[in-house]
Design a protein around this ligand. Structure first.
Ligand SMILES: Cc1cc2nc3c(=O)[nH]c(=O)nc-3n(C[C@H](O)[C@H](O)[C@H](O)COP(=O)(O)OP(=O)(O)OC[C@H]3O[C@@H](n4cnc5c(N)ncnc54)[C@H](O)[C@@H]3O)c2cc1C
Length: 514
């Protein structure tokens, strides 16, 4: 029987399935299993999308990027691309994409690329340089050719929140800001987990019949207390955000996957990506000046105006790349996903791990993981997540439609058109504990001003609300410290002067010490 859990009601918690990880994969599994009627709890140490799911390009892959080097991953991408357009249209901007060849790339790779796309049924359309420049006037005029593919842009936060909403409606429970500290096991079975509420410090145990490790890049670290290891390499990818949108379409370089070969439009800005640097830790990594100059240098070959662009932030995510054997070059490791049944692998009957893959293959990953759990449970209910649109799928899309349907009332965020009423409604959600939780759910502070105006208005609303978020100056300091991590790597030239002015404003108006 299902049981709702309320804060403070954590003694003797028990569940059928416990999912660890509130990224796209974990939340996707929660949606899938709850639709099949299986009681579950999901534990996430931060907010939803705290890991790679909140730190990527937001590219709705057509799969073309992998067609030559990893056809299996390419096939999964194009199939899920088609499904997501149907079930999550409100999270997608159908931008289309171009793969462009520059003089230094030649045309040999382009021809292999076209053949490889055809094999995995990714539609392509070869166009002339003139046509490409007509569609995207900002492109390098020296380009040799361009290929149209069905790439797009996807909003990971909206996608994950829609999945979570549906899972909750089917009885799933989410415990956010809660970290799994250890796994409790007995002989050949996992019994449960010991967890800690990150905000109150409270520790307690949860018993479970099945445990799903959906911790992404943390998957290996998570299993360590059980003495288990899985071979994953951690690959850091850094990205930069420009202060305006540079193209209507996703612009890719038509060459073997390498650094700085993609520019993804995202609402009012563009995201430049990415690098691939092997790291040893999932957290506490930095974006280096050499990555920044590499990104600017390489992407400006595709869109020359990038050289003179103003950047508003840099950020990075960690890819868990599964390796059966050590490889020297991370880009040669598959971007596909891995599903491990620890019963077969390690003799632990009720534990599975799912990691790797892409944001846009999250649903397929969730389907495979849920099928395996159902098989173990003897449940014979098929997956339906590819058939049913997510909540919000009927929402107005695109700026024009949104403006037409924009409710009246006070606007808090001009970049992302967030109204005070929306924020006040969200404040009723018990899961919201921190400023960042609100920013994730509304997209506030993600636009070109990066919270320069809206965060102060938001603090005013928080101050007036009954919800206890704490001292406004402390919250503002926390926000600025978080923002600084993204600004510091790009502080060059005129950006330094601008940041000094901003710092002066904070010190004088808000009396904040640095
Ligand atoms: C640089 C970069 C760019 C990318 N670009 C794209 C793209 O454009 N398109 C695309 O489709 N894919 C992209 N990807 C891949 C995509 O982001 C990931 O495949 C996907 O987000 C993984 O989701 P996940 O849920 O498996 O892992 P994650 O999102 O990392 O989620 C794992 C979660 O587990 C939680 N966790 C870990 N340990 C614990 C614990 N002990 N207790 C509680 N919680 C815990 C973490 O906090 C985290 O939230 C990119 C990846 C990177 C790194």
């Amino acid at each position: 029987m299902r049981r709702k859990i309320f804060p403070g009601d954590k003694m003797g918690l028990k569940t059928e399935v416990l999912i660890v990880g509130g990224g796209a994969t974990g939340v996707g599994i929660a949606r899938d299993l709850s639709r099949r009627g299986i009681p579950l709890i999901l534990i996430e140490k931060g907010d939803f999308a705290f890991g790679a799911s909140g730190r990527n390009h937001g590219l709705l892959h057509s799969g073309a990027r992998y067609a030559v080097t990893d056809p299996q991953a390419a096939k999964e991408c194009i199939e899920e691309n088609r499904i997501l357009r149907k079930i999550a249209p409100h999270c997608i901007e159908e931008t289309g994409g171009l793969f462009i060849s520059l003089p230094e790339d030649g045309l040999d790779f382009r021809d292999r690329f076209l053949r490889a796309c055809e094999k995995v049924e990714i539609p392509t359309h070869l166009i002339s340089p003139e046509e490409a420049l007509h569609l995207e006037p900002g492109l390098n005029p020296d380009l040799l050719s361009a290929i149209q593919v069905p790439d797009g842009a996807i909003d990971p936060f909206a996608l994950i929140l829609s999945n979570a909403r549906e899972a909750e409606a089917h009885g799933a429970t989410f415990l956010l800001h809660t970290e799994v500290l250890s796994i409790l096991s007995e002989r050949d079975k996992v019994k449960g987990v010991r967890v800690k509420d990150q905000l109150t410090g409270e520790e307690y145990s949860i018993e479970t019949s099945f445990l799903i490790n959906a911790t992404g890049a943390w998957a290996d670290h998570f299993l360590k207390p059980l003495g288990l290891r899985i071979g994953i390499a951690l690959s850091k990818g850094s990205m930069m955000i420009t202060n305006r949108r540079l193209s209507q379409r996703v612009i890719n370089r038509c060459r073997p996957p390498s650094d700085g070969d993609i520019v993804v439009p995202n609402h009012t800005v563009s995201i430049l990506g990415t690098t691939s640097v092997r790291v040893m830790e999932v957290e506490n990594f930095e974006i280096t000046p050499s990555e920044i100059s590499l990104l600017i240098h390489e992407t400006s070959r595709m869109i020359p105006s990038i050289e003179g662009c103003r950047f508003i932030r840099a950020y990075a995510g960690i890819r868990p790349l599964f390796m059966e054997e050590e490889k020297e070059e991370d880009r040669s490791i598959s971007r596909g996903f891995v599903l491990m049944d620890h019963e077969k692998r390690d003799g632990l009957k009720n534990l599975i791990t799912i990691t790797g893959g892409k944001l846009i293959t999250y649903r397929l990953m969730a389907e495979k993981a849920s099928d395996l759990i159902c098989e173990k449970m003897g449940v014979n209910i098929p997956c339906s997540t590819h058939l049913i649109p997510l909540p919000g799928a009927d929402q107005p899309r695109g700026l024009k439609e949104r403006l037409k349907n924009l409710p009246m009332g006070e606007t808090l965020c001009d970049c992302e058109l967030v109204k005070r009423d929306e924020v006040e409604a969200l404040l009723k959600d018990k899961k919201l504990k921190e400023l960042q939780d609100l920013l994730h759910r509304t997209r506030m502070a993600k636009g070109t001003c990066q919270g320069g105006f809206c965060v102060y208005r938001l603090l005013g609303v928080l101050n007036e609300s009954e919800k206890e978020f704490g001292d406004s100056n402390r919250i503002l300091k926390g926000f600025l410290e978080e923002r600084w991590k993204g600004i510091q790597p790009i502080l060059w030239g005129s950006a330094v002067k601008e940041e000094e002015v901003v710092e002066g404003i904070y010190k004088v108006i808000f009396n904040l010490k640095s």
